[in-house]
Design a protein around this ligand. Structure first.
Ligand code: BF8
Length: 656
């Protein structure tokens, strides 16, 4: 590994590690290729940033006023204003969750306004998920069984919009409609019930600014309220409205990875999170007009490939092959075969622009608020959606026309593809095992040791995507069922762990269960918004077992979290009573956890004893029933996860 970081008590990968050890051979090939061509990527820029600031890495740098920045050391344990190390690191965490919530709110807002535009006839978008709409309407008390669907849709949209934006303190209706009953009562009693997403974001920024709350525990409670608003007003709204608008995902069997690109085809990549524009663009790409245009330009056809969470949306509904998650977005342009990348919102690296310029790739931005210099901007504004149809056609045309300008001498497409089965929902996942009762029976008997949600981003601090793959391999070999989403899922898809061929890598109990169900041991449930499906599976299984979620053998694994959005996901999962094992520390001054699940020794110059006791010990367990554990080494992280699962099994009496 590249270098040792004493602040993270871990080896940190450098670009050479990713070039030589990346889990995906296509990634290794492309890092070498771009390196030889002298083109800079995220891996090189991480090298150039070394050494990174130890104060920042531990989350103990305060920049919330102009008296700072204040750094916390044993010699100066308080900031200029008097803030303690606990206040500042928990405030940083809360602010990251608020920023992530804001991002998810913009996504959810686009989905809601599009639903309203669709039912008001402002755009041509017939609702495909009418069954889901009835369920959602029922959960939100938005009508009766005899209420016309368009009225239910309008009411659902209005309720969800109010959950995002209202300034009053009334409770979140999406949470009341979708959260497990046991937890609604618990959060309410504990004073953790969120108000609207807007109020919780405001409140988080308010109490963490200079002269706000001096009580780190109350700031953490506020971070939890924010994360619950994020989970229900943000994630649930985005995920269920996607199903209402475009129908429920279906299980897809297909080939993914860089090798799906074809040298003699127009290759268009779709990237981002909100599927609204890209669904329409895909429709246009399939039209006779655009197909004919591609042939006129000399192409044999059009390949559409997915990146990040929009990639998951289109994979699950249309069988669009995914190519990469966040870390590969510059690398894939290095194939020289990508004619255009159509992006919507979030996780679009600014560095992509320079690589696109080298290879003549057309970048098309479609979110009215996100711009890339030099890109063709064809924006969608959900408040003025009437031009969506025409704009989608223009985007498809612009993307295909880029094929005519391609420099064919630079093409180098890695040959690697992976066969996968993906696109699971809560229903199709449970049905595959014969329903929730048989699945719980398998866990109770120990055929399946537990269920782990593997989520979140990829980080260049691990040799590209190696942590996800190494942990998942260890877990399935130890009979642990893995549910994956987001960039973690991209890593696991490309690594071949989401294929029925991977069943042979599973331990004997899980292998038999997957063989019987005909599904892989790693089940991809979608993008990050669809982490709600993981929570739904956990809640459904706990309900079937007649146990609180916090007592069940479930863990969240986030090996390479990076974005501020997963901070909200992490906190929300902790609030549901599920312990989380993360790779690199989420910028908290707490030590790594040993393989037996116990926190390592506290170094007072690096760590806070109070926060170590709280997150890794009894404090968080008493508050929420969960723990936050850090272990960057994949092999040890898998052992920590298994130790948590086994601890739950022992308490349940399910170990013998
Ligand atoms: O929401 S896992 S890098 S792509 S934030 Fe982004 Fe992280 Fe990837 Fe989708 Ni999620």
């Amino acid at each position: 590994m590249g270098r040792y970081s004493k602040h993270l008590a871990s080896e940190i990968a450098d670009s050479t590690d990713s070039r030589l050890q990346a889990a995906n051979p296509a990634v290794r090939e492309m890092i070498s290729h771009l390196g030889e061509s002298g083109i800079e990527t995220v891996f090189d820029r991480l090298d150039a940033q070394q050494p990174q600031c130890g104060f920042g890495l531990r989350g103990v740098c305060c920049q919330m006023c102009q008296w700072g920045p204040c750094r916390f050391t044993t010699k100066s344990p308080r900031g200029v204003c008097g803030r303690t190390v606990e206040m500042i690191s928990v405030s940083n965490m809360a602010r990251a969750a608020a920023a992530g919530t804001s991002a998810q709110m913009i996504h959810a807002r686009e989905m809601i306004l599009t639903l309203l535009a669709a039912v008001r006839g402002e755009i041509d978008l017939p609702l495909k998920g009418t069954h889901r709409l009835r369920e959602v309407g029922n959960a939100l008390k938005a009508g009766y069984p005899w209420t016309p669907l368009d009225q239910i849709a309008e009411r659902v949209g209005e309720i969800m919009l109010k959950d995002l934006e209202r300034a009053s303190g009334s409770a979140l209706e999406t949470l009341n409609g979708f959260a497990p009953r046991e937890l609604r009562a618990f959060w309410s009693k504990a004073g953790l019930q969120p108000r609207s997403a807007a109020v919780e974001v405001m409140e988080t920024l308010h109490i963490t600014t200079l002269g706000g709350s001096s009580d780190w525990h109350s700031i953490f409670e506020q971070a939890i309220r924010t994360s619950l608003a994020y989970a229900y007003s943000g994630l649930v709204t985005s995920s269920v409205l996607s199903e209402v608008l475009y129908g429920s995902p279906e299980i897809q069997v297909l080939e993914v990875n860089y090798g799906v690109l074809k040298p003699d085809h127009v290759n268009i990549l779709v990237h981002g999170h909100s599927p609204i524009v890209l669904e329409k663009v895909l429709e246009k790409i399939d039209s006779p007009e655009i197909q004919a245009l591609a042939r006129e330009l000399g192409a044999e056809g059009i390949v559409v490939g997915g990146m990040c969470c929009t990639g998951h949306e289109l994979l699950a509904r249309h069988g669009v092959p995914s190519v990469t998650g966040v870390l590969g977005q510059e690398l894939v342009l290095g194939t020289g075969a990508v004619d255009a990348v159509v992006v919507d919102m979030q996780c679009i690296l600014p560095g992509m622009e320079a690589v696109a310029a080298c290879f003549g790739t057309e970048l098309i931005t479609t979110c009215h608020s996100n711009r890339i210099p030099g890109a063709t901007h064809i924006p969608f504004d959900p408040e003025q959606p009437q031009t969506l149809d025409d704009d989608a056609l223009r985007i498809a045309r612009t993307a295909v026309e880029a094929f005519g300008r391609r420099n064919r001498s630079t093409i180098r497409i890695p040959e690697h593809t992976s066969q996968v089965m993906a696109g699971f929902t809560r229903e199709t996942l449970l049905n595959s095992f014969g329903g929730v009762r048989p699945l719980v029976g398998m866990v109770e008997r120990g055929d399946i040791r537990g269920v782990v949600g593997m989520v979140g981003c990829s980080s260049p601090k691990s040799a590209c995507e190696t942590s996800h793959v190494a942990i998942a391999r260890e877990l399935i070999a130890a009979d642990t069922l893995v549910l994956a989403s987001g960039c973690s899922a991209h890593a696991l898809l490309n690594a071949g762990l989401c294929s029925t061929d991977a069943i042979e890598l599973a331990g004997p109990g899980l292998r038999a269960a997957c063989q019987e169900a005909g599904v892989p041991p790693v089940l991809v449930v979608g993008g990050c918004s669809d982490n709600t499906r993981i929570i739904q599976v956990f809640a459904g299984m706990a309900h079937q077992a007649e146990m609180p979620i916090r007592d069940m053998p479930f863990v969240l694994s986030g090996p390479e979290l990076a974005h501020e959005k997963p901070m909200g996901q992490l906190l929300a999962v902790l609030a549901h009573g599920v312990s989380a094992v993360v790779g690199l520390s989420p910028n908290l001054p707490i030590p790594n956890t040993a393989a037996n699940g116990e926190p390592g020794p506290v170094d007072p110059s690096m760590h806070s004893e109070l926060l170590t006791e709280f997150f890794c010990g009894e404090g968080l367990t008493e508050m929420l029933g969960s723990r936050l554990l850090v272990q960057p080494d994949p092999a040890q992280a898998a052992q920590v996860i298994l130790a948590v699962l086994d601890g739950k099994r022992t308490n349940l009496g399910w170990n013998g």
